[in-house]
Design a binder for this molecule. Sequence first.
Ligand SMILES: [Mg+2]
Length: 294
Amino acid sequence: MKLLITDLDNTLYDWVTYFANSFRAMVKDLALTLDVEEETLLDEFKAVHQHYGNSEHPFAMFELPSVRRRFPDSSREQLYSDLKSSIAAFRAGREEHLRLYAGVSDTLRAISEGGTIIVAHTEAVAIHAYYRLLKLDILKYFKHIYALEGHFEPHPNPARAAELVPPVGLIETISRNKRKPNPELLKEICRSEGVRLADACYVGDSLSRDVSMAKSAKVMAVWARYGTSYEGSLWDILVRVTHWTDEDVTREAELRNLYADTQPDFTIDSFVELLDVIGLRGSYERSALPDQAA
Ligand SMILES: [Mg+2]
């Protein structure tokens, strides 16, 4: 195996649990700060997310009508201060919940040391993908991050904005009309990494988006089944504020139907099992350290 292409969210870490918890904490705090009903804020967040076609729009709260009414004259820099307790609530949620699944870091290291190129392919916006890999201390294992282009203003704190610039050449931007499952895109990734399809492996948590795409491209398809288990109520929070339009919801249902019978080449219940799949178990056992991620 010469190339591992890995999905990020709910394959390396539980994005649903992290984002839903952090978002919920932020909205609760914001409701108190503004003295506005949470439901009103959720409606407003949904509208902003739909406007940008992204449920992870940075500092979406600055654009909520309730915030603009309360702080009509504040610049972005000023809002960053006005709303610092809500921003802090989100960050506290992130500190608590953004965690690698067990064994991810050791497994990536073993794969990388075994000489396999590792790249990420995600439908998160590039800057978010970059930040999470950096924060989780696994960025060093990735040659490239294939991620969606994003259009938004820089971080309101200039010092922070400067820290969040990815190294030149790391990010390979994907245009928004090339959504998963897109086997041609996967073939392009293999081509640009200089690896034959038969020497590549794709791992992801979504049968309809990740596994089906890999199968169509004739790349080894590994289903990270563990990524689908999270609390249903957390998913409901995300759906409540999703940027998805009715058309997107219909497309998702169609995809699920279309790919309901998709059979992965391998199913794993822990990221560590990837080492068996790509034949590196021995090297993992030699180099394994106590798991920091569990
Ligand atoms: Mg995923």
